[in-house]
Design a protein around this ligand. Structure first.
Ligand code: 13P
Ligand code: SF4
Length: 365
């Protein structure tokens, strides 16, 4: 038997249709040995093969219930890391393309967060005063940092509960890497905007003076999602001019003024459920990633619902889109071959500390 892995070059030039057949065949052969988890932003060409779909919280919750030996993740790197951390040690997590990262997650890294810790410690006692919260869209070592410093992880679904918990522990929060989710959640809790300054990790003292830091309730890391950053108030105004009774729904990663002018703000799962449950013939403007909106628009046509993407330019999550049928077929055939590729394995110490914060998050939410 050939023990080498099958090289990706053999799949690169395959047509999508050929890959579809191979994926279906591979899934049949592997049976209960694998489970495929798919995030809502995945393209239809792979999303259709997912056994379970969800937002990042729902997918994280599924992991602890899975029996399969292999967890194939249709999503981005941090999601596969979470799956690895929350799964049993004998289970193997695979990400079909290792280049499927999250550009927002990359806006914070351990060196910058540790420097922030040192800088803030010059002004206040960090471990007595600040609860660090990392959005789940972050590398495992940042979750481990939170584990080490009494902090926690949050998702777009549970951010309000998590922030509430954080303030019961200490008087301030350092929220990274998404300033928009942090600001929106704090604002909904009644925290004034001036008490949520932006911390720029590339500037001395985050670009703030000591009194601003001392007065702050939430220090918002200077990070954002490039996809959600494209949505604008003008898009909402134009839609409202055309459809005065239309409804606006946005993801909390969208800019503050977009969230403020939306009828609903919530996670990808919330967006799907809200529009699916809405009355027939309603009209929706949706501020989140394009693949989700396109899929929903098609599904809702039969109920006469109009589902429109918020921006006029195409803004798909380009890193999510790296998971294509070619990579999925390649990954599955290597599992059949007994040579799994693109295994995601978080180093033990990091995984232990990160698990602490993820378990804490699951308990709170
Ligand atoms: P959800 O947790 O709402 O699925 O969002 C994840 C994400 O990456 C949004 O950009
Ligand atoms: Fe990251 Fe934005 Fe893509 Fe979500 S949409 S995975 S936050 S880059």
């Amino acid at each position: 038997m050939n023990t080498a892995t099958i090289k990706f070059e053999a799949f690169e030039s395959l047509q999508n249709d050929d890959c579809q057949e191979r994926i279906i065949k591979a899934k049949k052969l592997l049976g209960k040995k694998i489970v495929i988890l798919g995030h809502h932003y995945q393209n239809e060409t792979v999303y259709r093969h997912a056994d379970l779909t969800g937002d990042s919280l729902k997918l994280a919750k599924y992991v602890s219930e899975l029996e399969a030996q292999y967890i194939v993740f249709l999503g981005v790197h941090f999601m596969a890391e979470v799956a690895n951390i929350l799964s049993r040690p004998d289970q193997i997590t695979v990400l079909p393309d290792l280049a499927a990262g999250c550009s927002m997650a990359d806006m914070a890294n351990l060196a910058k967060v540790e420097r922030t810790y040192r800088e803030l410690s010059k002004v206040i006692n960090f471990d007595e005063t600040i609860t660090p919260i990392t959005y789940i869209n972050s590398a495992a070592d940042l979750k481990a940092f939170c584990g080490e410093h009494g902090g926690v992880v949050c998702t777009s679904t549970n951010a309000p509960n998590i922030l509430d918990w954080a303030f019961k522990q200490r008087s301030k929060v350092l929220f990274f890497p998404d300033q928009n989710l942090g600001r929106w959640t704090g604002y909904k809790m009644g925290i004034p905007l001036e008490e949520m300054p932006v911390w720029d990790p590339d500037l001395p003292l985050g670009g703030l003076d000591e009194s601003t830091i001392k007065k702050a309730k939430v220090l918002l890391w200077k990070g954002h999602c490039a996809v959600h950053q494209m949505f604008r108030l003008q898009h909402i105004n134009l839609f409202k001019e055309k459809y005065p009774d239309g409804l606006i729904i946005s993801h909390p990663e969208a800019p503050f003024e977009v969230c403020q002018n939306s009828d609903y703000v919530g996670s990808t799962e919330f967006i799907l459920n809200t529009i699916k449950a809405a009355k027939p013939n309603t009209k929706w403007l949706v501020g989140t990633e394009l693949n989700l909106v396109n899929r929903l628009a098609n599904e809702m046509k039969s109920e006469g619902k109009l589902v429109q993407f918020m921006s006029h330019v195409v803004c798909e999550c380009s890193t999510m889109a790296r998971i294509d049928p070619q990579h999925l077929a390649w990954t599955l055939e290597n599992i059949i071959h007994g040579k799994p590729v693109n295994i995601i394995k978080v180093p033990d110490r990091e995984a232990k500390l990160a698990k602490l914060t993820l378990d804490r998050m699951l308990e709170i939410s």
